[in-house]
Design a protein around this ligand. Sequence first.
Ligand code: ATP
Length: 277
Amino acid sequence: MNGATDSGVSVNGRSGAGGEAGAGAREGVGAALAVEAVSVSFGGVHALSGVSFEVPEGQVCGVIGPNGAGKTTLFDVISGLRRPTSGSVTMAGRDVTAVPAVRRARAGLRRTFQRTQVFGRLTVADNVLTAMEWRGGGGGLLADLAGLPSRRARERERRRRADEVLDLCGLTELRGAYAAALPVGQRRLVELARALADGPSLLLLDEPTSGLDAEQTARLGEVVRSLNTTTLLVEHDMSFVMEVCDRLVVLDLGKVIAVGTPAEVRDDPAVRAAYLG
Ligand SMILES: Nc1ncnc2c1ncn2[C@@H]1O[C@H](COP(=O)(O)OP(=O)(O)OP(=O)(O)O)[C@@H](O)[C@H]1O
């Protein structure tokens, strides 16, 4: 399986080995995200070495690997927080390697973090509303002050969407709570709600189940599956990964050692060796 997959994801520039989805894995065609030969070095530490894979539109792809494998560094490169030493990142066919994080966000990339990033002094509802604020409404402050009908309609629509996302993430009853007062699992759900508010085109979730109880984890799985949004997630909870992901990319010491369906990856000897040492 190493270096090739039965579908969907291609590795190191080679497409999947066949089957109906193999056609969908033609290089660059239908790929919402393509990572090509990405390397990142920190001095003498090779955090990523020639990492390549693609994620077709709408798929949920898990990135797994032991501690220090390079997962966070990979997310930093894809989201634009770190320029790779070499290699490229393509979103929906457009090379974004040199595009700053904020412009990738404007193009629809959303990310959650291993350490949750929420506005602690805002309520849960306001955290979600702020995530939709960047678009503005046209007319600037004057339009706000004048309370134009178009502006009021826009505000109603924002609040409707916020309610929808809060409901989806199981946060409706907490909408008035300050984010800082919540336990980490609920803060993680607030971060997810913020990421979903604007209908992302590419979602990166860094350890999304961390701090969640069993019920919240199951709900999260349902939410991720229901979105039909291209999603890349780093996760240590293997039963979650196996259930939720269409494909897995396995990193070890900065290299892709396997790509495939969860079942293929589970049975791969190289993956077992990496995990069991
Ligand atoms: N800013 C940095 N400076 C130097 N080395 C770094 C830096 N960031 C990461 N590394 C090193 O790069 C390698 C990959 O780290 P990274 O955090 O990407 O791994 P990870 O798979 O996310 O690990 P974990 O599962 O523990 O979060 C590690 O050896 C790490 O020590």
